[in-house]
Write a protein that binds this ligand. Structure first.
Ligand code: SF4
Length: 427
């Protein structure tokens, strides 16, 4: 099979000057990641050390999205803790002791920092070390921050996965590590395609259970499935593992390029690669063509939110016929983003960080057909007649790899179709 993608642009966005913005930003915090992480790690428990606001955020986000035995909770810092009048470490020990006594199914406990715990400088790494000593080998206790101070919601997963890397044992085995918490069915598709090419052994971070542990070292190669895993990328490199750089597996083109990069690393022949990918590629191409009809010729504006913006702009411009006006990202990690930036034709403003009022002004002036933004901006923009898509849906919906490529295009075309229908009804 020959590639039928548009040729790479003569000049991609890798050298495009970046508009750096610092100011008020409108994003969810990293606690949000617990909602999808707790589903992946079946023996893990996430204990947020935070305020009633944190508890409400988790309850409202999770309440509509999960129906399961809770594997997360909030240890609420009371005013006496916040004022330094009580020893929060003692209180935390007591809460964790009670929790682990009650729940023998917990094998990994994550102490998750929040804005309040950061403000009072509660040392959760010290607490995690103390508790690991106390509860090992039955429970492994780790910590990371999900605070919303200067971070965006997908950084919670990154911080969580990065916290797991230092405790992986050393190994000299030549293995592939897939990094990112994908829905099980999507993960199985990716592993299935790679195994059909003879690539392996394949490990996954995060693993479903602490018992699925594996080692890591200089012979480990890893492929990221999510573009926001930059701290995890750094932590893996510190352990000697090597990153396989590739565009992210969104759409037919991104998936093929991602698989090809991994296949090349493992010496898979072109013939075998084509045999394995031909049928799913054809399905993806057909599904994207159908789902993207209403996207063709339309313009899109990305507010910085999920950190998926650059690979999605590449998908929407190259596979769905859209024009990108501005692609805002919370932060730009060149090494991770370079393959997608190379494929994104010059033209859009590439913005890093956010000064929300200035960005809203640019969006209003451009009047894009579709704006991708957080929940907080969607309603005001809709009220001004602009069509929006909530970026948080992109992490709650299976969108990676071939079989989801049509659904991914559909996520963007639905708001445009809805707007057209409303217009017709109003006419
Ligand atoms: Fe709010 Fe910070 Fe708690 Fe997130 S971590 S819910 S931003 S207080």
């Amino acid at each position: 099979m020959t590639d039928r993608f548009a040729p790479p642009p003569s000049r991609g966005c890798s050298d495009t000057p970046v508009l750096k913005q610092r100011g008020q930003h409108e994003v969810f915090c990293g606690l949000t990641g617990i909602i999808w992480l707790h589903r992946k790690m079946q023996d893990a428990f996430f204990l947020v050390v935070g305020s009633r606001t944190c508890a409400h955020l988790l309850q409202s986000a999770a309440g509509v999205m999960i129906f399961a035995e809770p594997r997360f909770a909030t240890a609420i810092l009371e005013e006496t803790d916040l004022a330094g009048l009580a020893d929060a470490q003692d209180e935390l020990d007591r809460v964790v002791g009670q929790l682990l006594e009650r729940r023998s199914d917990i094998r990994q406990l994550f102490l998750v920092g929040s804005c309040p715990s950061e403000v009072i400088k509660l040392d959760l790494s010290r607490a995690a070390a103390r508790m690991t000593e106390k509860f090992a080998p039955r429970v492994r206790v780790l910590n990371y921050s999900g605070s919303g101070i200067e971070t965006t919601f997908t950084q919670g997963e990154d911080a969580c996965l990065a916290s797991m890397v230092p405790v992986l044992p050393q190994s000299a085995a030549r293995e592939l590590l897939l990094v990112g918490a994908l829905p099980d069915v999507v993960e199985q598709q990716a592993v299935g395609l790679l195994e059909a090419m003879g690539v392996g052994p394949i490990r996954v971070l995060p693993a479903a259970s602490v018992n699925d542990s594996y080692g890591i070292g200089e012979n480990t190669v890893f492929a990221l499935t999510q573009p926001f895993l930059t701290d995890t990328h750094a932590a893996l490199e510190r352990r000697g593992a090597r990153h396989i750089a590739a565009p992210f597996p969104f759409g037919e083109e991104g998936t093929t390029a991602w698989l090809r990069a991994v296949a090349s690393e493992f010496g898979v022949s072109q013939e075998l690669f084509d045999t394995v990918t031909e049928a799913p590629r054809a399905r993806a191409r057909k599904a994207v063509a159908q789902a993207s009809q209403s996207l063709n010729g339309k313009s899109v504006f990305f507010f910085p939110d999920s950190q998926l913006e650059i690979p999605l702009a590449r998908f929407l411009t190259r596979e769905c016929g859209m024009t990108a006006i501005e692609v805002g990202v919370p932060f730009l990690h060149r090494a991770v983003m370079a393959p997608d930036l190379d494929l994104l034709a010059q033209g859009p403003v590439i913005a890093e960080g956010q000064d929300v009022d200035k960005q809203l002004d640019r969006c209003r002036a451009a009047r894009p057909d579709l704006s991708i933004c957080g929940l907080g901006l969607a309603n005001p923009l809709e009220a001004e007649g602009l069509t929006t898509k909530w970026s948080i849906e992109l992490v709650f919906t299976p969108v990676h790899f071939y079989e989801q490529a049509g659904d991914l295009a559909g996520l963007f075309s639905r708001p445009l179709r809805r707007r057209n229908l409303l217009k017709l009804e109003a006419a």
